[in-house]
Design a protein around this ligand. Structure first.
Ligand code: CA
Length: 224
């Protein structure tokens, strides 16, 4: 069961999204204001948030900022104009995708699935993955080493999740960059190297778990 939180103050638009998502097997939660969105995000543990930009009370930008300060939750922003997307990308709020109104609900569902696939929250994939002494929980946004939670960033959780889904398998920098979703602006694969470097530091005596495959990318070596 994958829960999608729909944050949209226009009831009719929310109804349509809800109908299409449910038809595709998703569970939905609805919020019509920013504060309610934050409340449901904490309580319902959604796998993804569809977030309208213009909301009464607290706008979508502020909701995204507050969520992003604490979690890697995939966010798709719903905006009214094309120009807004450039502005939002420029602000670096870290949404994973942007959909401009008027949209086709089918297209929104396709984007939801694509973002979930990319970020590891796809339907049917367990959120908790183990690789040797490591465990990565994409729902709780936690990386644990021998049971101890590491102090990791959103990008680091996503990288580890992409690697832990298939321990031993080499992931290219391009694949890992894509797993970061909208967290990184641009397409510079060196961003991946920087995150890996930080992760290694956090792994302490277990840096060997994160293996560099020269000229290709990275993999987890759960056996050390
Ligand atoms: Ca609105």
């Amino acid at each position: 069961m994958t829960t999608i939180l729909i944050v949209e103050d226009e009831a009719r638009l929310g109804d349509i999204l809800e109908e299409y998502l449910r038809r595709d097997g998703f569970v939905t939660e609805r919020a019509m204001t920013g504060p309610r969105a934050l409340e449901l995000w904490r309580a319902a543990r959604p796998a993804l948030m569809l977030l309208d930009l213009m909301l009464p009370g607290m706008d979508g930008l502020e909701v995204a900022r507050r969520v992003r300060a604490q979690s890697a939750l995939p966010i798709i922003m719903l905006t009214a104009r094309d120009e807004e997307v450039d502005r939002l990308v420029g602000l670096g709020i870290g949404a994973d995708d942007y959909v401009v109104k008027p949209y086709s609900p089918r297209e929104v569902v396709a984007r939801v699935k694509a973002v979930l696939r990319r970020t590891g929250g796809e339907v049917g994939v367990p959120t908790l993955q183990h690789a040797g002494p490591l465990s990565v929980d994409t729902a709780a946004f936690e990386v644990r080493l021998n049971g101890e939670a590491l102090d990791v960033t959103v990008a680091e959780v996503r990288l580890m999740a992409a690697l832990a889904r298939a321990p031993g398998v080499v992931r290219s920098r391009a694949e890992l960059l894509s797993a970061l979703g909208g967290l990184e602006r641009g397409t510079d694969e060196r961003a991946v190297d920087a995150h890996v470097k930080n992760l290694r530091r956090k792994l302490g005596d277990h840096t060997e778990l994160l293996d560099t495959v020269r000229g290709v990318g990275y993999r987890l070596r759960p056996e050390g």
